[in-house]
Design a protein around this ligand. Sequence first.
Ligand SMILES: [Zn+2]
Length: 324
Amino acid sequence: MPVRWWGCCSMHSRQEAVWGKEAHHKIKNSIVAVLGLGGLGTVATELLVRAGVEKLIIIDRDVVEESNLSRQILYAAADIGRSKAMAAKERLNTINPGAIIAAEAIHFDAGNCTTLETAEIVLDCTDNLQTRLVLNDYCRKNNKKWIYGAAIKTVGYVMPIFPEGPCVRCFLKEVQLETCEMVGVLNTVTSSIAALQVQIALELLVGKNVPSYLYQYDVDAKSFQTLTVRRNLECPACAGTFEYLIPKAESKVIAFCSSGRYEVWGRMKNLHRIKEQWAGIDHVQDDGTTMRFKNILLFADGRALIKANSEEEALSAYSRWIGN
Ligand SMILES: [Zn+2]
């Protein structure tokens, strides 16, 4: 006897039962950007694609490391060392091969924030205050909606930011904050926070009215709080001064990343020419946006992640193998 399936079996039937077909159509035709593809961004992009978003802009400057695998759900052990943007795009396209995903392996800053131009909504999944403040200024200036998200240890925060409401500079101060590398974070909190960001994004896409509250969730205390943030009269961004959109002169070595890696900046590179030179010396791995050679991972925007014991060693490897 043939098996009889009850009900509708399309991929999005359960979601359509809640929101209706028309809402699904809106979700499918929207463009959403996700800035940062770590604990929040990998969960958020997967949920967005499974919810039917077919046009995504995904941005991350980093490569996959072993310590990411406990919570960054798009990556597997085989992706260690690969650019997060490319590994995430590949995985998302296995979920929906029809999704159009613009993967950007760039260090998001004042010089390239127009990457977000076509996005209707941006999800902030960064782990970095500087980047978040650039995003805040860019979205405020361009009247773009975005959803702030942050998670550390057992606590996370979400807040939709609208052009007419308070922004993150109204309540966040530029101070040295704890980072997940220093104090850790649980995968249950990053997943919960990303899920709430996606819920709010989908509500906005289907045209629901969403209030601009700051939500705080502590997985350890099992407490969920809804907080009201007011516009700060002294907030420069709300007054139309966008300090973080002024390109800064970058120092050559900008950061010491985890696992003995230095991030070194240089001018935009012709990857093809460098590949030809490297190929005569040693094996080169090329995934289209990054090239790996010896202890160097080079991005097309001129940045390199270099494993080294000191700044000097990283700088010398940069000028020796990449050029100034
Ligand atoms: Zn503000």
